[in-house]
Every structure is written in structure tokens, then in C-alpha cells.
Ligand binder design. Structure first.
Ligand code: ZN
Length: 132
């Protein structure tokens, strides 16, 4: 298991962690298997989407704000319910296949850590499992 630390910006931010995850996979020496990427935080999540055009992340943030607005009639006293809901819906882990010692991502795909109540320093747990 490897744990990497990621600093996030104010409010909602998306951090491309593909390079760090890829480095962990290469260092592991596993040629074929799976890579688990897990975020142990309740206002953060991890997902895979386009890494080429930063406007895609802007649009995802825009759409999340429309669907799950920051201010609404939430009960949670901490005042960050929207961050919890966005994190719960997107999910706190992803699994990526490993082939030929590398992540089997699509051409335009990247792995993102998203934080919805930043700034924070977040942990990302990476587990590389070898196929028997
Ligand atoms: Zn909270």
C-alpha cells in the first residue's frame, strides 16, 4: 500500500493525480493486475475523466453546483453538506486495470481527486494487486 498526500485549493478543486498513481504502479513491478485508488475523506472523492481540456473540470464543477447547490436547506450543522453529498454520489474509490506494467487508461482519461470543501491536505491510498 502507498499513501500519497494531495493539497487542494479553496472550495471545489480537482487535482490530476494520474502521474503519481502511474509512478506507484511502475515502482511496484506488477505487469498485470489492478490498481485501487481510494480516498478516506468525506468531502473528497476520486473519479476518472478527461484530463486534456481543463474546461471539462470547470463544467463538472458547474453542473455539480446546479444539481447540488452549496446553499440549501441542509440539516448538517457543519455547513458543508453539499460537499458530503457530492462526495457520496461520485464515490471514494476507483479500480483501474494494469497491463504491461502501466495503467490501462483511455487516451483522454486521467484520475482526479476532487475536494469540495477545501483547502485541505488529503490522503490517497493506492493498492496494487498482481493478477495470478
Ligand atoms: Zn461536514
Amino acid at each position: 500500500m502507498t499513501v500519497i498526500k494531495v493539497k487542494t485549493g479553496e472550495g471545489t478543486s480537482f487535482v490530476n493525480i494520474t502521474g503519481q498513481v502511474r509512478q506507484v504502479v511502475r515502482t511496484s513491478g506488477v505487469k498485470s493486475g489492478i490498481c485501487l485508488v481510494y480516498v478516506p475523506h468525506t468531502t473528497a472523492c476520486v473519479f476518472i475523466n478527461e484530463g486534456a481540456d481543463p474546461d471539462v473540470m470547470k463544467d463538472i464543477a458547474y453542473a455539480l453546483e446546479k444539481v447540488i447547490p452549496w446553499r440549501d436547506r441542509y440539516a448538517h450543522a457543519e455547513g458543508n453538506s453539499a460537499a458530503h453529498i457530492r462526495s457520496a454520489l461520485i464515490g471514494n474509490s476507483r479500480v483501474v486495470p494494469i497491463e504491461e506494467g502501466d495503467l490501462l487508461l483511455g487516451t483522454w482519461e486521467a484520475i482526479f481527486l476532487a475536494e469540495f470543501d477545501g483547502p485541505r491536505e488529503r490522503k490517497v491510498v493506492i493498492k496494487v494487486l498482481k493478477e495470478e
